[in-house]
Design a protein around this ligand. Structure first.
Ligand SMILES: [Mg+2]
Ligand SMILES: [Zn+2]
Length: 203
């Protein structure tokens, strides 16, 4: 579990833009994003290299709105394909460097990538639904987990968020058959709407 610090050409420091609407806008806002199924189209045989990266339509635009709001965006992703020997860690890092570049070119920004390379059998503390990746962001970057959001397309993402004390938003095309304690929306754009609404309203 580590941050890849090479992925952005911009300073790592988090600089919020001028507050558009008073004190609330100065509140720290961190959004954790799952990668596959949220930013990049998921594949049953794993996303193994850049040629297999297909950006989910609208996701970079949604991230651009988070950037405009001064939010810090951290991708938190399980990549058991590394531990299974299917994908080299270097290939994962390469994909992330290119994703970060692509985000910048689209007016968005990804501030870091948190990767769990382990398999379920490894029993690590970072594979979602465990909260280790998010806790690492708290330790390394001072992320306030209590005000942070996590957007993912799996229940394991929401459980990791919950275990870390973050607000979970689950992406699903249809509402789940059973009620969940999490907000469920169809797209990252909808999730960003929720996040920006929530971070604007006084608490
Ligand atoms: Mg996913
Ligand atoms: Zn792990």
């Amino acid at each position: 579990m580590r941050f890849d610090r090479r992925v952005t050409t911009e300073p790592q420091g988090f600089a919020a833009p001028a507050a558009p609407d008073g004190a609330n806008a100065q509140r720290e806002l961190t959004v954790f994003l799952d990668r596959d199924g949220v930013l990049v189209r998921d594949r049953p045989d794993y996303v193994k290299n850049w040629s297999e990266v297909e950006i989910v339509p609208g996701s970079l635009e949604a991230l651009g709105r988070l950037r405009s709001a001064g939010a810090r965006v951290l991708v938190a992703t399980n990549q058991s394909a590394v531990g299974r020997g299917i994908v080299r860690r270097e290939a994962v890092d390469d994909m992330h460097a290119r994703l970060a570049d692509m985000a910048l070119r689209h007016g968005a920004r990804i501030d870091g990538f948190l990767v769990c390379p382990h398999t379920p059998d490894d029993g690590c503390a970072c594979r979602k639904p465990k909260p280790g990746l998010l806790l690492q962001a708290q330790a390394d970057r001072g992320v306030d987990l209590s005000t942070a959001f996590m957007v993912g397309d799996q229940v394991s993402d929401a459980l990791a968020a919950e275990a870390a004390g973050c607000t979970a938003i689950l992406l699903a095309d249809r509402p789940p058959a059973t009620t969940t304690p999490w907000r469920v929306v169809p797209s990252l754009a909808d999730a960003v709407d929720l996040i920006l609404d929530a971070s604007r309203s006084p608490s």
